[in-house]
Design a protein around this ligand. Structure first.
Ligand SMILES: [Zn+2]
Length: 250
């Protein structure tokens, strides 16, 4: 069995048999992978990490050729993102992030840009920057990097430049011009400011997007459209998103 070492964020974990854990990771060099940590529940000191969700670890694993479940022999904690764990809202928002990565990324689809984005976002969540804003930025960048980004540069049907009023179509995956509006009668109106904010966030690095001002009206519409778009593509709600919505304002 080939042996590998990589940095990996923990997406989720579940008990397996009497003493083991199965852990889903998003790793720098292999993308989303699953591993078994044998005997960890019988000997908590066996690995140099508490194996907490969204912690960053360095792992060593033996790659299984016959299944997608690899044997993890070493897991050393590098960053537990401690500051975001003391606040329930931030903790739940970090769970939305890991759930979204699990849902959007196929196993072993390596994407270092997504890995680096996750590190920046989880670090940012532990600061005094508004975590809701960080979450919205993450959703836009994640959709874009995983190939699900909404088509906003022109009309998704006729490719004409958008002039005047346009609508956003979930089923067609982007903006439709007035001429094409009949192609999706459920398309909804969208502020120009919302479109401009999404395009700005897609094109700029995470750090510069943190300075972008979002007025409450735009922020509300942005979240509504992003959540509907994610739900449409995943064909389900993100479970942690529902918890996060209930916690807003806590
Ligand atoms: Zn059109």
């Amino acid at each position: 069995m080939p042996i590998h070492k990589t940095e990996a964020l923990i997406l989720n974990r579940r008990d397996f048999r009497e003493t083991s854990l199965i852990v889903d990771f998003y790793s720098r060099d292999f993308g989303r992978i699953s591993g078994i940590l044998k005997g960890i529940r019988a000997d908590l000191k066996k690995f140099a990490s508490p194996i907490e969700p969204f912690s960053l670890n360095e792992i060593v694993f033996y790659r299984s050729k016959s299944s997608g479940l690899h044997l993890v022999s070493q897991c050393d904690l590098k960053d537990n993102f401690t500051p975001l764990r003391s606040n329930i809202s931030r903790f739940v928002m970090a769970s939305v992030i890991t759930e979204m990565v699990s849902a959007l990324m196929q196993p072993e689809d390596k994407n270092e840009e997504i890995f680096n984005l996750l590190i920046s976002v989880l670090s940012g969540m532990g600061t005094n920057i508004n975590p809701e804003k960080i979450l919205s930025i993450f959703k836009i960048k994640m959709l874009s990097l995983s190939g699900f980004k909404p088509h906003l540069d022109s009309c998704v049907c006729c490719q004409d430049k958008i002039a005047g009023n346009s609508k956003f179509s979930l089923s067609l995956g982007g903006l439709i011009c007035q001429k094409c509006c009949h192609k999706d009668l459920s398309a909804r109106a969208i502020f120009r400011g919302t479109i401009a904010s999404i395009l700005y966030i897609e094109k700029n690095d995470f750090k510069s997007t943190l300075n972008l001002g979002l007025n409450p009206q735009i922020k509300r519409e942005l979240d509504l459209i992003l959540n509907a778009f994610i739900k449409f593509h995943l064909e389900k709600d993100l479970k942690s998103e529902r918890v996060a919505e209930r916690l807003v304002g806590v």
